[in-house]
Design a protein around this ligand. Structure first.
Ligand SMILES: [Fe+2]
Length: 312
């Protein structure tokens, strides 16, 4: 059966990046090896723990009723409200018992092929550092709050956990076709910024939304952004913004549907049909879209981040 994954890959070994495949040129710090893993999680100060607690409290004012059921249940199952930055070892024990995943510390953003390799082995690499009070509202580099609070609760959901595993294994095939950018868009519009239908409501499962202060309300209730049912081929052709609220969110019916729609798709055929760049602008609405809400885009048209535009 054609799938997202290369059939004969050895996921136990770090993949070689084929010649000519572009990945971000990241400078590996001297104290980490090829796996980019920190020897141990850092010791956090009481100020660091207070920053975690304040970030946690701020999100808990916003997320109940907006975050999906799997996320809220995951917070409980992992006791993420116990206060202070979670200890990865304890977290991994609890998560491992639920879905076989672990959380491992990395110093910063890591190269794509290393990231895929960890996911393919059910290890979630989480930033080791926490933001400062000065960057409390917004940081571009994912820190431990984004990675652990935003991503890890979702890994307690068995189907979502398997989706992430298959996504990691998909890296090998994407590299062979030199289509990491397209596979990256899929991650962006699902794992980072995805919405899910629950009954008559939309809820959030994307970590980029769950870990930030403004986007939860904007994504669900704003009139600016488009909300469109997810179509895997379409999102893999769609550009995205990394430093502002999204002009478009894609909605899934269920994690089962996301899993099957993605994993059982013929990615060889898909990659062959994709160009090296994106076809659709991040605010585009196209003929094939099943549109739930056509956004006004007024937030972005007024200047977006850095302007005085209200995120409406
Ligand atoms: Fe993330």
């Amino acid at each position: 059966m054609a799938t997202i994954v290369e059939p004969a890959s050895d996921f136990s070994a770090l993949p070689e990046v084929p010649q000519g495949v572009f990945t971000a040129p990241l400078q590996r710090p001297a104290h980490v090896g090829e796996d980019w893993l920190e020897p141990k999680q850092r010791d956090y100060s009481s100020d660091d723990d207070a920053i975690w607690n304040d970030l946690f409290a701020r999100q808990m004012d916003i997320l109940p009723g907006r975050a999906c059921g799997a996320f809220m249940a995951g917070l409980q199952k992992l006791h993420l409200n116990r206060g202070g930055v979670p200890d990865f070892r304890k977290l991994s024990e609890e998560l491992g018992a639920l879905t076989g995943w672990s959380v491992v510390p990395v110093p910063m953003l890591i190269p794509d092929h290393v990231f895929f390799w960890h996911l393919a082995n059910r290890r979630f690499p989480a930033g080791n550092f926490i933001r400062s009070r000065e960057t409390f509202d917004y940081i571009q580099e994912p820190d431990v709050f984004h990675d652990v609070f935003g991503h890890v609760p979702m890994l307690t959901d068995p189907v979502f956990a398997d989706y992430m595993h298959e996504y990691g294994k998909a890296g090998w095939k994407a590299m062979r076709y030199n289509r990491l950018k397209a596979l990256g868009a899929l991650y962006w519009y699902t794992v980072e910024f995805g919405l899910i239908r629950e009954g008559d409501d939309l809820k959030i499962y994307g970590a980029g939304i769950l870990s930030g202060p403004r986007e939860a309300v904007f994504a669900l209730e704003g009139r600016s952004p488009n909300r469109i049912m997810l179509n895997v081929d379409r999102v893999m052709r769609t550009d995205y913004v990394i430093d502002d609220l999204q002009p478009t969110y894609f909605v899934i019916e269920s994690f089962e549907e996301l899993y099957h729609d993605t994993v059982e798709r013929d990615f060889d055929r898909l990659y062959r049909s994709l160009g090296p760049g994106f076809t659709y602008a991040n605010s585009a609405v196209i003929d094939v879209d099943d549109v739930l809400h056509r956004g006004t885009q007024e937030y972005h048209l007024r200047g977006g981040r850095g302007s005085n535009a209200e995120p409406v």
